[in-house]
Design a binder for this molecule. Structure first.
Ligand SMILES: Nc1ncnc2c1ncn2[C@@H]1O[C@H](COP(=O)(O)OP(=O)(O)OP(=O)(O)O)[C@@H](O)[C@H]1O
Ligand SMILES: [Mg+2]
Length: 360
């Protein structure tokens, strides 16, 4: 799968961009604040409909404009045209000129994995970041996952509204509790099934980037023990006091254990970086295994932050992408890193919201 064309209108500092990309490696070169990361953000947006910077749509609209547009031609099994217009009052998402009714139908069109500085939040941030990581990966691999997650989230929201009102509408609460339990149990099961597959990949990736010195293990920790329905009934008095749904997959945790110790508490900054990188490498490996071809890799600057040893551990994933003729987009301010990679590169100069191929 590859991104053959990218069109931007009023996206960040791009008033207008129309670019064609061949399969293979692309590197965006340029000084700070020229628009390198913004391009990766747009590509990631087409894959996930989210910014990897964790911001909402309004921030991505070019200053002074009403809305942004991102469009792409994606070539995989067949050619697809994706178009996404966003403004605070209007959203239009289409695939092959048909409005997209269910997000799950759209999400597999472009598969991407991003490597960026924000990844560190997977280790340092709240459990929500790690759940989101699992949810994205499961959405990228199982078409039934996202609808289930949306069903669950809607039921939890309704439940929370009921828990805030007095007197509590017991009958309605009961019916949403059933929905929460049915969808929630399935979500937890799918996340738990993922872990034995993901954890060894993350462990291997971590060994590679730390030259075998660190052992990473992932562990899924549900917010309740035993039967969800029983636990939810038991939590009722506390829920009435806190006026919100206190247990379920929206409160579960993905534990990151480095040498059997919780990483957030004990790992050094460098170790945390290695763990974040290992998680993303595992995501890419897992997607490759499921779909038979690598996802598009978006690599923002992170290479510059890695020491030689960790760069070397990262190489196999790039080499695999190279052999599969899949696409890799990376950004950097200096050209040092891509050059020592020794791979054929398409170079682009990024300057004030424009890009042009570098021929020399
Ligand atoms: N909504 C927006 N409208 C207009 N310009 C924006 C908007 N959001 C960000 N910018 C500008 O886009 C420019 C480029 O941002 P980007 O993050 O892509 O830079 P970069 O080339 O990756 O730089 P660095 O090397 O520092 O990471 C910045 O000057 C920023 O102020
Ligand atoms: Mg940048």
């Amino acid at each position: 799968m590859h991104l053959a064309r990218l069109r931007l209108r009023d996206f960040r500092n791009y008033a207008r961009l129309d670019a064609a990309f061949v399969p293979g490696f692309h590197v965006f070169l340029g000084d700070n604040a020229q628009g390198k990361t913004n391009i990766l953000e747009a590509i990631y947006l087409l894959a996930t409909l989210r910014s990897f910077r964790g911001v909402g749509g309004a921030q991505m609209i070019r200053h002074g404009q009403k809305g942004y547009f991102v469009g792409a031609q994606i070539v995989g099994q067949g050619t697809h045209e994706a178009k996404f217009y966003w403004s605070p009052t209007e959203r239009q998402l289409s695939l092959d000129a048909q409005p997209v009714k269910r997000l799950s139908e759209f999400l597999g069109t472009l598969r991407a994995v991003v490597f960026c500085t924000e990844d560190l939040q997977l280790v340092k941030g709240t459990a929500r970041m790690r759940r989101r990581f699992l949810d994205l990966l499961l959405s990228q691999t199982n078409p039934a996952y996202l609808p289930l997650l949306q069903r669950y989230a809607a039921a939890v929201r309704s439940r929370n509204v009921l828990l805030k009102h007095r007197p509590v509408d017991e009958a309605a609460l009961e019916s949403f509790s059933r929905e929460v339990v049915t969808a929630g149990e399935k979500l937890v099961a799918l996340r738990q099934e993922l872990l034995p597959k993901l954890s060894p990949l993350a462990r291997l990736a971590c060994r590679r980037i730390t030259s075998d010195s660190e052992e990473l293990r992932l562990e899924y920790q549900p917010s309740y023990q035993g039967d969800f329905a029983v636990a939810l009934a038991k939590a009722r008095p506390r829920e009435l006091a806190f006026r919100t749904t206190l247990i379920g997959p929206h409160r579960d945790e993905l534990n990151l254990l480095l040498n059997d110790q919780p990483a957030a508490k004990f790992a050094s900054e460098g170790q945390k970086r290695s763990i974040a990188l290992a998680l993303k490498m595992a995501q890419a490996e897992f997607l490759t295994g499921i779909h038979g071809s690598p996802p598009v890799l978006l690599i923002d600057d992170v290479m510059g932050e890695l020491d030689a040893r960790r760069r070397k551990g990262f190489l196999p994933i790039l080499e695999r992408a190279h052999h599969a003729r899949s696409q890799v987009f990376m950004t950097c301010t200096e050209e040092n890193w891509p050059r020592d990679l020794g791979l054929e590169m398409n170079r682009w100069q990024v300057e004030k919201g424009t890009i042009s191929p570098v021929t020399a």
